[in-house]
Design a protein around this ligand. Structure first.
Ligand code: PMP
Length: 426
């Protein structure tokens, strides 16, 4: 593949944008090489500035669950845009999407829309602190909840890829209120709660982790957290920015049958426009301004274009009773195919999967938490990434990410992907 034009565009970008990108992991620093500039995308395919066609497994890091340029979403945005792009006043469509989201997701009565997953998680934690009157939070190493200060403590995704899971600029004062636990380790959480009696406002986690690769919760982990929260007046926050409207209509809460107190959304809920949201039962949500004392606001929150995209996306998912089964079946097919060729070529690996989230780890042992995820063979991942790319397959440029399967992918695309993996390691 030739990346001449991408290289030129990247060199231009580097002069005026730090690292040439507006979000670090796009820069290919972890894998080397020049980031690919995309020109357009349709369905399962990316068309880059050099005329290459790539099968996409990133899908804008999750939102495009029905494939790129999904017509009902695009049309909804175009029609809305003709009527004005932002008002800073209430619009009916905000209620429409809120009603639909509340009807799809268990345990929520009200939802507030924001502009990103970061904002959703940041606001959810503030609400939990305001509601409980306590300051400390528990988060898990390797989980990523956006880039707000309290979460950049052993954060996953780009933060770990770039060696700054604890970012400079986060004050010690902030960091001391974030207690760190190991994913899938209930005993560890229990000990933290005992050592900080009556001080913990909430436990926040990705119910299926996706920012250290994909790591599903072990049996009993989420249920155990639920019980610990109930016994200690702690709110359980599920960060479903990745899993919401992806693992099931009602997200991980529904698929895994565990109730959260506050749920955060992003990605799919915005259909590819900048949207996040957080939701909970009435008694918690009524703590928010203007009803309650916890402040949270946004000039562009509930933006009509974003709401139109999100509504079209949620409607499509809500009306298709087979979509989540179809996605899971495709993911299982890919898993089996990749495992077969990796085994054939004697490549040590672990593949983790849940629903339409999947990741390949070049690890000898099972990957169940950040420590085991970090033991992966990064050199091998680089070879894998570039080899796949040369075969027209675009996966995330870091081992600490999940691949997202979309409805637009055909079994032929999956077969091509499996054949590419075979070719890379032959
Ligand atoms: N939470 C999770 C689980 C995420 O995966 C992400 C982004 N990848 C975020 C929060 C932050 O969302 P955003 O990038 O939209 O701010």
């Amino acid at each position: 593949m030739i990346y001449k034009r991408s290289s030129t565009l990247f060199a231009n970008a580097e002069k005026v944008i730090p690292g040439g990108v507006n979000s670090p992991v796009r820069a290919f620093k972890a894998v080397g090489g020049t980031p690919i500039f995309v020109k357009e995308a349709k369905g399962a395919y990316l068309y880059d500035e050099d005329g290459n066609v790539l099968i996409d497994y990133i899908n804008s890091w999750g939102p495009m669950i029905l494939g790129h340029a999904y017509a009902p979403v695009v049309n909804a945005v175009v029609e809305k845009a003709k009527k004005g792009t932002s008002f800073g006043m209430p619009t009916e469509i905000e209620t429409e999407i809120a009603e639909l989201a509340v009807s799809m997701v268990p345990n929520i009565d009200k939802i507030r829309f924001v502009n990103s997953g970061t904002e959703a998680c940041m606001s959810a934690v503030r609400l939990a602190r305001g509601y409980t009157g306590k300051d400390k939070i528990i988060k898990f190493a390797g989980c990523y909840h956006g880039h707000s200060d309290s979460f950049l403590i052993q954060a996953g995704s780009g933060a770990v890829t770039f060696g700054s899971p604890n970012s400079p600029g986060v004050t010690e004062g902030t960091a001391k209120d974030t207690l760190l636990a190991n994913y899938n380790d209930l005993k560890n959480v229990e000990a933290l709660i005992q050592a900080n009696k009556n001080e913990i406002a909430c436990i926040i986690l990705e119910p299926v982790a996706g920012n250290m690769g994909c790591i599903p919760p072990v049996a009993g982990f989420l249920e155990g957290l639920r019980s610990l929260c109930d016994a200690n007046d702690i709110l359980l926050i599920f960060d479903e920015v990745m899993t919401g409207f992806r693992l099931a209509k009602g997200g991980a809460q529904q698929l895994l049958n565990v109730n959260a107190d506050i749920v955060c959304f992003g990605k799919v809920i915005g259909g590819g426009l900048p949207v996040g949201a957080f939701a909970a039962r009435n008694e918690i949500m009524n703590y928010l301004a203007p009803l309650g004392p916890v402040y949270q606001a946004g000039t562009l929150s509930g933006n009509p274009l974003a709401m139109a995209a999100g509504l079209a996306m949620l409607k499509a998912l809500n009306e298709d009773s087979e979509i989540f089964n179809r996605l899971a079946e495709k993911t299982e097919y890919l898993h089996k195919g990749l495992a077969k060729v990796l085994e054939k070529n004697n490549i040590t690996h672990t593949i983790n999967r849940m629903g339409s989230m999947i990741s390949v780890h070049f690890n000898e042992e099972k990957v169940i938490d950040f420590k085991t995820a970090a033991k992966g063979n990064n050199e091998r991942f680089k070879t894998f990434f570039h080899g796949m790319l040369n075969n027209g397959i675009y996966i995330a440029p870091s081992a600490f990410e999940t691949w997202f399967i979309t409805d637009a992918l055909t079994y032929e695309d999956l077969d091509k992907t499996i054949a590419a993996c075979d070719a890379v390691f032959k």
